[in-house]
Design a protein around this ligand. Structure first.
Ligand SMILES: [Zn+2]
Length: 439
């Protein structure tokens, strides 16, 4: 039966489009007839019951072939492109971290990663405090292969960290109180081979190096540093029995090509330049001028009804007519622009270090690998190339190597600090800057 269903699906996808639409409509009519039973006679009842079942437009739509990828597609997915820095800083893949901003709740933070509301309410059930996330706290988590939450860590303060681990039927919580002493230390160095190995020589751990790279990601391409470039890093580290337990990056200065770049941590856990301006560049929510109907949603746990296997849909499909300009959602560098069997003509853009966006099934590509793009630049014209059942644009956002829901993902924001926050930050800058000396 599975085999038959699959060959029907395949045959269907191979039909020219007008036939498909017609066949689709015929199928709908047949189904409608099968479902719609105008006259149902129940023997033994006094009068016949007339039932009309209306199929509304949305239901019809789910029966029609959508402009999307066929479900039998296992991998949309040429591998996510990597570069030297990814290879050097591997520890982070699979771990997601997030700094709580104003207005955040546990559910809107986790839900964008496709984590089920059911799991989120299980967490809140065992620890009601999770309802009150505070600005600047850090959340980090890992997922199972099926996209369920494996472990959540909540750094409530420098003193307390709570961890929630998946068990058979829910989660178990453990809490850790830090007893060490926090001390500031300045680490300085000079780049000679790669930044990562130079930073290791200066005494930074891999986690600390990764945080430095993230803090400066919008200003600096760490692959382009030159021998002789210098850096100075202010870390706050917790020491217990002479060992470093955990640490927090307070500020970094990097001198490259005679110019100084700074990123300094504010109370909200984010990094700003010396004047309190935001460092991240904003993203557009949609990769097109106009917003199009979603024909298939992001779904990391989508089940293939035929095979019964999980066939994650790692992006969102927009029903976009062929030839529509596709736009880069943020500033970045094109890391892939090519044709593949599944994704058709597609483009991958890296934004900073943590963000990657991908655009698939295009008719024509307008960029090539290595091109620098600005937010809103045309990167291609949409189409229906590769494994596709009709004209559409498949669009993905990856954060720290994890696909997230493009419609709800928390995107980098450009805003800087204002008012009292800015005044406090500037006071802090006056303390931090003199410590960031270069040797
Ligand atoms: Zn898709």
């Amino acid at each position: 039966m599975q085999q038959i269903a699959r060959s029907v699906a395949l045959a269907f996808n191979n039909l020219p489009r007008p036939h498909r639409v017609m066949l689709g409509s015929l199928t709908v009519v047949t189904l409608a007839v099968a479902v719609w039973r105008p006259f149902v006679y129940h023997p033994g009842e006094t009068s016949p019951i007339v039932k009309t079942i209306e199929i509304d437009k949305n239901q019809l739509r789910t029966l029609l072939p959508e402009a999307s990828e066929p479900l039998d597609q296992t991998a949309s997915d040429d591998e996510l492109p990597q570069d030297e820095i990814d290879q050097d800083v591997t520890a982070e893949t699979g771990t997601h971290d997030y700094v709580v901003s104003s207005g955040d709740t546990l559910s809107n933070v986790l839900n964008q990663y496709g984590i089920d509301m059911g799991e989120i309410s299980q967490l809140v059930k065992i620890d009601n405090d999770l309802r009150n996330l505070q600005l600047g706290q850090q959340l980090s988590w890992t997922l199972t292969d099926e996209g369920q939450l494996q472990r959540l860590t909540w750094e409530m303060s420098r003193r307390e960290t709570r961890t929630y681990d998946r068990i058979d039927n829910g989660f178990k919580m453990s809490s850790e109180l830090q007893k060490g002493e926090w001390k500031n230390s300045v680490l300085t160095g000079e780049v000679n081979d790669s930044f990562v190995s130079s930073a290791q020589r200066a005494g930074l751990t891999s986690a600390e190096i990764s945080n430095v790279i993230k803090a400066l990601q919008w200003q600096m391409d760490f692959r382009k540093l030159r021998a002789g470039d210098k850096f100075s890093v202010l870390m706050s580290r917790e020491e217990l029995d002479g060992k470093n337990e955990q640490s927090q990056l307070l500020g970094v200065r990097l001198r490259s090509g005679g110019k100084d770049y700074y990123a300094i941590r504010a109370e909200d856990g984010k990094f700003y330049d010396r004047t309190g301006s935001g460092l991240a560049r904003g993203f557009m929510r949609f990769p097109t001028v106009k917003q199009y109907r979603v024909s298939s949603n992001f779904n990391p746990r989508r089940l293939n009804p035929v095979t019964g296997r999980i066939a994650p849909h790692k992006g969102v499909d927009f029903a976009v007519p062929i030839g529509t300009p596709v736009l880069a959602v943020g500033d970045g560098e094109v890391v892939q622009a090519k044709r593949s069997a599944g994704a058709g003509n597609y483009v991958a853009i890296r934004h900073g270090r943590q963000y990657m966006t991908r655009y698939m099934h295009m008719e024509k590509l307008l960029v090539k690998p290595g091109d620098k793009v600005k937010r809103g630049d045309r990167i291609g014209l949409s189409g229906s190339t590769g494994r596709s059942t009709g004209p559409h644009l498949h669009y993905e956002i990856w954060i720290n190597n994890q696909a997230v829901n493009p419609l709800t993902a928390k995107l980098p924001r450009t805003e800087g600090l204002t008012g009292k926050d800015r005044a406090e930050f500037l006071a802090q800058v006056r303390e931090v800057l003199p410590q960031l000396k270069l040797n």
